[in-house]
Design a protein around this ligand. Sequence first.
Ligand code: SF4
Length: 421
Amino acid sequence: MGSSLQRFQSVLRLGGSARDIMKTKLVYASRCLREEYKRTLSSLFDAFGSVNTLLHDGCRVLVKPNVNFPTRERGVNTNPAIIESLIQLLMDSGVDEVAVGEGSGIESDTSRIFKAAGYDEIAEKTGVRLIDFDSSEKVKLDVPNGLALKDLEIPKPLLDYDVLVNVPVEKTSICTTVTLCLKNLMGTLSKRYKVKAHLSGLSQAIVDIHKAVKPELNILDATVGMEGFGPISGTPKRTNWILMSRSAVELDSTVAKLMGIEPSDIEHLKLASEQGLGTIDASEIGLSGIDLSKDSSRFAVPSSTPNVPKGVYLSLGETCRNCICPYNVAIFRIDKDQRLPDLKGLEILIGKNAKPSGKRARTLAIGNCCKPIQDKVDCYVPGCPPPGILIGDSIKVLCGIEKEPTRYMRIWYELMKQIAS
Ligand code: SF4
């Protein structure tokens, strides 16, 4: 099944309009109620043209979920029950092998996170292999027309499998507004290239990854997502959808709209469409099974209004939300620990042309835009943007809340050294 007539019938069956068949960019969606993951995925594959559209005899499939935190709390990682249902469907269709692979954050132990998040259990039940990308052999891959990243360092299994299926969960993100299909591919980079991506301009780096690593299929877990200070400190939000598309860009822009966010306000999506990786223009994307005007449910996005605690002086140059939001979450976490009084006398500088006042006891500059003043401040945190954890830990060390550089800081700067050498 794959002809336009069959696709036309599928679109109509899932509730799309006849006009949608004229559009070549298709996103399929299905409500997922009562945890009927296998039935929902199966109906999406039917609309898509059956699971066999993607697969061939002897095919080996690598599934890439988003598994970054050691928890089973809903909305944080891709729901393991969805991955289990997907594995069963793939196996029923006669593929040779299915594996699940992930490389979590720069300080994370992916194998431990797999276990804590419930992935070990699904591997045991289904017999699939779990691949910790961090302990896999690495290979270099050129990025055609790469702007921030000219090459990637990725785990070799990514090249060994025939089909890559990308299965993120729907979340907001302090560094990139949302983390969906495109951002999920950051998990395919080695730890030092994750740091390199932040240093080289994260939004463009995300686009560059997609120029070299292209999933054959994207499935988005929008059953329970996360809003607010995602991807770690946000609030779970239930929306009960699963969506599927060949195109990560078109699926992400559809889901952004579903979350009440304009795709053109998301830097990496805008760049991806400008660089020809897909469209973010809703009028060009054929939807089946969903009506965005009725089904959207607004997600709270991380606030881009800077939070300035009492006693702190904030010097803003020309800045953007991608630096302000991680700064805000760093302050939010320090506030949660009731250590805000320790920040008294601190000056924080963010953005191009920010200038130290020369009147404060301690100065901290955040982001690549502040590189020209790095020698004029007590602490400079590089990155475009730097991760919120790095900003928070740097503030804590500068203000004496932490006596020594934290584990995260030590790993980050060691990886930075490796990139430079
Ligand atoms: S370093 Fe500059 S451009 Fe990059 S996120 Fe920060 S303010 Fe924006």
